[in-house]
Design a protein around this ligand. Structure first.
Ligand SMILES: Cc1cc2nc3c(=O)[nH]c(=O)nc-3n(C[C@H](O)[C@H](O)[C@H](O)COP(=O)(O)O)c2cc1C
Length: 210
């Protein structure tokens, strides 16, 4: 298949969405946990979490424009905090189901059987079943001019990672934690680490880390 702008423009909209959503490669599978100011919880699967910086520790999240239902966005703007929980291979089906358009008063936790885990003093729920989870505070919110998408920047203020997945140098083996990857709009992938590579330098050949 070889396409140019005019071809892409002429594609049937669902076909185009499936195709273009596949092009950026493998994406992280995360559940975003939020609550409104009364503590009513919400959970939504999102594939758009991107690392933005380590010091301060920042993650970006992209939320599509939706004038009717945007529970996650409303809650984040309401409380200023949210959780990001890796989807594990044990609960892919429940995680995917959180994308369904439940009414605001119905929590996706109750609807899917995923359990809430609350941390004292933090106003958003974590997913009990997730082995890697983070709590974030909203630092910046922009609605992008190009397509009205919401770009949220959050600072990681809480981290929960199983000890056995953390290496001596701080790197986390997310395959060992059972985290899955996403492609396109609906494909979930198991992961297997092929190898780790040493820091690349111009005068050294590529060197695997033992
Ligand atoms: C695999 C997958 C990935 C998704 N990623 C995103 C995303 O990155 N951003 C987004 O706004 N919606 C994404 N969605 C759609 C939301 O999960 C869906 O709109 C959900 O109903 C939003 O819930 P809310 O209204 O409770 O916030 C994704 C859906 C699926 C199935």
């Amino acid at each position: 298949m070889h396409l140019q702008s005019t071809d892409l423009d002429g594609l049937e909209s669902r076909y185009r969405a499936a195709l273009v959503n596949s092009l950026s490669g493998f994406k992280p599978a995360n559940l975003v946990g939020t609550a409104d100011h009364t503590g009513h919880s919400n959970l939504a699967i999102m594939s758009s979490v991107v690392h933005l910086g380590s010091h301060p520790p920042l993650l970006a999240l992209i939320i599509r424009p939706n004038p009717t239902a945007r529970h996650t966005l409303d809650n984040i703007l309401d409380t200023g905090c949210y959780t990001i929980n890796h989807v594990g291979n044990q609960f892919v089906e429940a995680a995917h189901q959180t994308a369904a358009r439940y009414p605001r008063e119905q929590s996706e936790f109750a609807a899917t059987g995923l359990e809430e885990h609350w941390v004292e003093g933090f106003a958003a729920p974590f997913v009990k079943q997730a082995s890697i989870r983070m709590g974030l505070r909203l630092r910046e919110h922009q609605q992008l001019e190009i397509n009205d998408t919401h770009f949220l920047i959050g600072e990681i203020v809480l981290v929960d990672v199983p000890d056995h997945c953390v290496g001596d140098d701080g790197s986390v083996d997310i395959s060992a934690a059972g985290s899955v990857a996403l492609s396109g709009l609906d494909s979930y992938h198991d992961t297997r680490r092929l190898r780790r590579m040493a820091y690349a330098k111009p005068d050294l050949p590529p060197t695997p880390v033992a």
